[in-house]
Design a protein around this ligand. Structure first.
Ligand SMILES: *[C@@H]1O[C@H](CO)[C@@H](O)[C@H](O)[C@H]1NC(C)=O
Ligand SMILES: *[C@@H]1O[C@H](CO)[C@@H](O)[C@H](O)[C@H]1NC(C)=O
Ligand SMILES: *[C@@H]1O[C@H](CO)[C@@H](O)[C@H](O)[C@H]1NC(C)=O
Ligand SMILES: *[C@@H]1O[C@H](CO)[C@@H](O)[C@H](O)[C@H]1NC(C)=O
Ligand SMILES: *[C@@H]1O[C@H](CO)[C@@H](O)[C@H](O)[C@H]1NC(C)=O
Ligand SMILES: *[C@@H]1O[C@H](CO)[C@@H](O)[C@H](O)[C@H]1NC(C)=O
Length: 500
């Protein structure tokens, strides 16, 4: 109690003198810094040296109008050729690790493990060696949204068989790279894979079957993750001595008013967006959150369905998934205000309708170039506090956090955002006792932002996409982050733009 009171005082004092500049907490010695990217967004070389087609290649080629600027990632940042330059950028920043993803179809062009593309293997193997030679730890995501097209032709993630093919792919990756890769992330943001890929259709493969296929997808993704985890745990961990976990994205959902209904709706939204994935893995009970099961069952009943649209787990599956992560990978960007809408029209089948809420953002919040991304640092701390209570203070790696603009070199909006969010992260560590081990800033450089094409930029480095050489130039934020890593605290000054 005494300590809690003191913390409140500290926060107030810091706030009154401008908490953002004045946070004197340091990042602990065992805390590490990195930056993150994903294969499809940076590599290019979409059909080079035997790579197979994936669902993002397919949709951007077949439906260019579906991407905001009609563009694709056939070349993107051309990291397939410029990877040595990328390592130099990482070296300049002074990061401890680099989080990147493997392209499944570069390694297994058909999606199946019978045929390995050794050119693709060599690319990643050389890249990992180059990172290690420069003292940068590889943190590797196995799946960052780029399903091989032949597996989509079998129905994609809603087909439970995909879980076994994912396990086969994971085995190839552990065998080939596990001697050097000590942190594995199985799957990035299942909510986006399932809700956006098979529900709203705003991500590849662009299927709009919300309230059904998204839930089938979810079951496969959770089982796929658990299969890869158990495979590693059983056959590779002893020898390779690494860690393996999943990365879940979460907004903070704040009740818009203090009414019981809005508070319940905000909690239900946390459970149905984040808990959908976290509860089966990180809670002591396992399985989906109770409120999610109840809510979808009720809506399904109202729709005269005999069974819930949310596919059940068997008792064995619940046990198999529970605890299947050495850490919680957490991606976080922004905050929403939630109002209750649980008495909505139950004849409408959708995940959104199942959640029974409406979400808005406060017009006074600092905007970014992305409509959904506002600079709301306090939401980050509230999310971390909620996770601490809900899942008994798990070990967390922040695997993404970033800000969108349209490409300014003197990117003060990005610096402001990271100052605020890292300040709250320090408070969460030092005042709330959250066990946060690392932070990966999204992203190393501007890249192909999925359905938004090249209209949004998240990079510390500017990439000239009209230049065949894809020249990379550090923005002010690169200097800011470099200084932060060097000092192991938040720098007081915003660096001037230094273009070399
Ligand atoms: C790769 O794709 C490009 C278009 O992006 C095309 O011009 C080229 O012929 C393709 N190469 C192979 C080997 O299929
Ligand atoms: C809800 O109540 C808390 C505590 O009394 C208060 O700090 C907060 O501002 C209230 N929120 C709203 C939206 O009214
Ligand atoms: C589901 O319906 C039951 C019976 O009407 C009700 O008691 C319960 O609160 C509902 N659950 C949710 C989460 O809406
Ligand atoms: C509910 O939605 C259906 C369409 O899905 C519509 O026909 C019906 O009129 C709506 N009911 C109400 C009460 O709005
Ligand atoms: C980091 O080290 C401190 C001091 O030894 C320890 O209390 C803390 O648990 C460690 N944090 C993590 C996330 O391992
Ligand atoms: C980008 O590259 C093109 C082609 O090399 C060049 O003309 C242009 O000046 C560059 N733009 C910037 C902002 O550096």
């Amino acid at each position: 109690m005494e300590i809690r009171k003191m913390n409140v005082v500290v926060v107030l004092v810091l706030t009154s003198i401008g908490v953002i500049q004045a946070n004197t907490f340091h990042f602990p010695d065992n805390f590490s810094f990195g930056v993150a990217t994903a294969a499809y967004q940076i590599e290019g070389g979409w059909n080079k040296s035997g790579k197979g087609e994936n669902i993002w290649d397919r949709i951007t080629h077949k439906r260019p109008e579906w991407v905001k600027d009609g563009k694709n990632a056939d070349i993107a940042c051309d990291s397939y050729h410029l990877w040595k330059i990328d390592v130099q950028l990482l070296k300049q920043l002074g990061v401890d690790f680099y989080r990147f993803s493997l392209s499944w179809s570069r390694i297994l062009p058909t999606g199946f493990s019978e045929y390995i593309n050794w050119n693709g293997v060599r690319y990643y193997s050389d890249f990992i060696d180059e990172l290690l030679a420069n003292d940068i730890r590889p943190v590797v995501t196995l799946y960052h949204w780029d399903l091989p097209q032949p597996l989509q032709d079998l129905g994609g993630w809603p087909n439970l068989l995909i879980a076994s093919y994912f396990e086969d792919y994971a085995k190839v990756a552990f065998q080939l790279f596990g001697d050097r890769v000590k942190t594995w992330i199985t799957i990035n943001e299942p909510n986006e894979i399932c809700d956006t890929g098979y529900g709203t259709g705003a991500a590849a493969p662009g299927i709009e079957e919300s309230g059904t296929l998204d839930y089938l997808c979810g079951k496969t993704v959770l089982i796929a993750h658990a299969k890869a985890y158990h495979l590693y745990d059983k056959y590779y961990r002893n020898k390779q001595k690494g860690e393996i976990g999943i990365t879940i994205v979460s907004r903070w959902n704040e009740p818009k008013t203090n009414s019981t209904r809005d508070k319940e709706a905000a909690e239900r939204t946390m459970q149905m967006q984040f808990g959908w994935w976290a509860h089966p893995i990180f809670s002591t009970k396992g399985d989906y959150p109770l409120v999610m099961k109840e809510r979808i069952r009720n809506m399904s009943q109202c729709q005269n369905l005999e069974e819930s649209r949310l596919p059940k787990f068997t008792t064995n599956e619940i046990e198999y998934i529970k605890g299947s992560s050495d850490f919680m990978g957490l991606n976080h960007y922004s905050t929403w205000l939630i109002t209750d809408d649980s008495e909505n029209n139950c004849t409408i089948v959708s995940y959104e309708n199942d959640m029974g809420m409406k979400n808005v953002q406060d017009p006074s919040w600092i905007p970014s170039a992305a409509s959904w991304l506002k600079d709301v640092p306090w939401g980050f701390r509230k999310l971390l506090q909620w996770i601490k209570v809900e899942y008994d203070n798990p070990l967390i790696h922040i695997t993404e956090n970033g800000f969108a603009d349209v490409g300014e070199l003197h990117d003060t909006g990005r610096i402001h955002y990271h100052r605020g969010y890292l300040n709250e992260l320090l408070n969460a560590i030092h005042l709330d006792g959250c066990k946060i081990k690392s932070y990966a800033l999204w992203s190393l450089m501007d890249n192909m932002e999925w359905q938004d094409g090249y209209t949004l930029k998240f990079g510390l480095y500017y990439v000239n996409f009209s230049d065949p050489l894809r020249t990379r130039t550090p923005k002010s934020s690169a200097n800011f982050y470099k200084e932060l890593i060097r000092l192991r605290r938040i720098p007081r000054d915003t660096p001037q733009l230094i273009v070399i």
